[in-house]
Design a protein around this ligand. Structure first.
Ligand code: GRF
Length: 192
């Protein structure tokens, strides 16, 4: 299974995938890493000798135009699966339509709780006693697609967005690697 990973940030989840994919018995291969900005995480791709591309959102007139260029880049690689791993940008419906349901996303909350760009902060603001991590199929909503895997994570008293997020990420990585493995082996079928 060939995989394209899209990021916006530090790419710690990407790095976990790269590490997992290094093992010869891992059934998926990361063929390209893409970003919507000059993301720190692109350094992981370079370190692992994986090609990467950047399609800077702010260089385009519209989300649609940005999505078209992103689609052109992805078409070069024809990935079997696209993993959004810390991509902090909604894909235009036209791009989702072209690749669905072969796009999955990791989210640092127990969806459908706390969707959107601030899931960790929202859990703290809500005073939630627990939150979680989820891996979902991307549809044209916001974090609203079918849930492939998720796990509950406790919120500790005194947690900040940062401490809670650091507790969530390792769980996200484990779920993501397991979901990619199960998709690659055919054990998990992607549905719309
Ligand atoms: C992850 O928790 C991801 O789910 C969320 O942003 C974080 C990105 O972290 N969208 P990183 O860039 O993988 O370190």
């Amino acid at each position: 299974l060939t995989v394209a990973v899209l990021i916006s940030g530090t790419g710690s989840n990407l790095r976990a995938l790269l590490d997992a994919a290094r093992h010869p018995d891992f059934p998926a291969r990361i063929v390209v890493v893409g970003a919507d900005r000059d993301a720190e995480g692109l350094a992981h791709a370079e370190e692992f000798g994986i090609p990467s591309f950047t399609v800077p959102f702010r260089s385009f007139e519209s989300r649609e135009a940005w999505g078209e260029e992103l689609g052109r880049q992805l078409d070069t690689w024809q990935p079997d699966l696209i993993v959004l791993s810390g991509l902090m940008r909604l894909l235009p419906a036209s791009l989702v339509a072209r690749y669905a349901p072969r796009i999955i996303n990791t989210h640092p909350a127990y969806l459908p709780e706390f969707p959107g760009a601030h899931g960790v902060r929202d859990a703290i603001t809500a005073g939630a006693a627990q939150t979680g991590a989820s891996v979902i199929v991307v549809d044209d909503g916001v974090d609203s697609g079918p849930i492939l895997a998720q796990e509950r994570i406790p919120v500790q008293p005194g947690d900040t967005e940062q401490t809670l997020h650091e507790r969530i990420k390792p769980v996200e990585r484990r779920l993501l690697i397991d979901v990619v493995r199960r998709i690659a082996t055919g054990d998990l079928a992607l549905t719309h």
